[in-house]
Design a protein around this ligand. Sequence first.
Ligand code: XMP
Length: 606
Amino acid sequence: MLHDTIAVIDFGGQYAHLIATKVRRLHVYAEIRQPEDPIEMYRGYKGIIISGSPSFSAFGEDSGYTKAIYDLPLPIVGFCFGHQEIAKHYGGEIIHGGKEWGHTELHVCADSPVFKGLGKVEQVWMSHFDTVTSVGPDFEEIGYSKLGAEGDVHRFAAIASEKLKRYGFQFHPEVDDTVNGETIIRNFVLDICVCRPTWTMDNYLEEQVRRIRGRVGDDSVFLLASGGVDSTVTAKLLGMAIGPERLHLLHVDNGLMRKGESRKVLETYKAIGLGQNLHFVDASEDFLAALQGLVEPEDKRLAIGNTFLAVFEREARRLGIEDHLLGQGTIYPDTIETGGTKRADTIKTHHNRVPLVEEMIARGKVIEPLAELYKVEVRELGETLGLPRKLVWKHPFPGPGLGVRLLCSRGESDTTEFERIVPEVKKAAARFGLEAEVLPIRSVGVKADLRAYEHPVLLSGDAPWEKLRQAAGTIFRDVYGINRCLWNLGGGAPRFFRPLAAGVTRERLDLLREADAIVMEGLYRHKVYDDIWQCPTVFAPIEIDGHGRELVIVRPIHSERAMTAAPARLPDTLLAELKASIFALPGIAGLALDITSKPPGTIEWE
Ligand code: XMP
């Protein structure tokens, strides 16, 4: 290995990715390993971190991972589930029970290098059901937890064997709510594993350029350039490594882009010195034809993906570059998710792993220079490459674009569960002084790492933002079958919703483009664009109280990796402007702000 590296064993959820990101921030490389990876794959690491798990219990049943890691002469630390596993492996005991959740006090009760720089009492974040009740002979308790002065003592919240260099924490050092979590991770990685912090972006850039030159040789590279952060950074990096004359960029207008986006993308590539072999094709008719009559989101995604490939093959032949290497902007979480893991959340289909691409990968014809990076690191690399800030911090936009955000319907009301759900929802919302209606459609969400199609609720009434958030955070827990809350910006509480039959048409797309452009322009003008991770604007074909054809849903969110998200508050003046401008568009039935976090909602609707 070129750099000192830590292995992070991924037991699901987003824990492992969060841990890896935190380690990499120390300029030490971290790689995700799957529990079933054979011991040979652990060669060369300087230390191992066992992640927490949303679904595994260390109690009783065998959680089936490569236990031979414990025979390696490497420091190992486990967080939450990993902590329990380490305790168990070395002769400790675990029970079901002793649950702790949320901010908790950690009382440090022994000196340990892993706690260097910490106080005697630290705020940590707990989220567990099982508990360690004793440790084996080589281990000692180095911290216990307690909720305030009155709280019960929970023993063995932190354990260590300095001799074996094994550590376990019942809390999650990787989450920001553990105030000194980064110090603990730093102590483990830099002091205990003795990793040298050489993994800097400058070094990475230099190494990647060398690697790309070695890989490409005298060949040329063909890259689909969407204009998104990942493909733009890939293009710039490839251009730097092999020279713009051997880099062919193809921008496809699939008709599902934002307003004026294709024109801006072409201007951008020229402005960053990649205009030499820049090709453009307007394939919007191909995509519209392929989408005609489709309603189900996965059918639409598949049609878009297949059309993309057909256009790609056709254009590559036309340009005579079909033998070039294919460049892709695949980033690390996608590499991991499609690497066959059973646990990663498979909420979207990956176009960079369709059979044609798989076959090209097998023939060694694909080059993915960002495959080791998280999004935040791609952005850092973009800055290191000198790309303009506006490009590097552009909001993510899904490959299938507005095709995902333009909801389609057969016009059938889905109200089978309403008899139970509606009274429960109204009661739950009334506690917050809000009126509530359940929409007769379903939207996608994510619960326990799986997709869930459930009903959204539309809340109406004036309430402060915090109260709205509380309502949104409570209702989906109180009422089974609900996964989203919207806040009605359209005035009084609507009474009657009728889903309309609607597919993907140019008219609907153009109208959505207008609404989306109004929202994006508003975010810029009110200087909130940079605070927000992403802000989809969605059309649901619903008539409200006998009026209009589209319910417009605006979904501004804060996020760090898109795996979880919190609704973002927009300034009241911006909301008022959006209301005026969006209702001025033809056929608008209503306007709502999606105030759901992820989970239970996803970022996109579909
Ligand atoms: P979700 O909706 O799963 O989104 O919370 C997480 C991130 O992934 C993006 N996303 C997609 N990107 N094709 C893409 O290229 C898709 O089909 C797709 N669906 C979601 C989404 O915009 C967010 O950044």
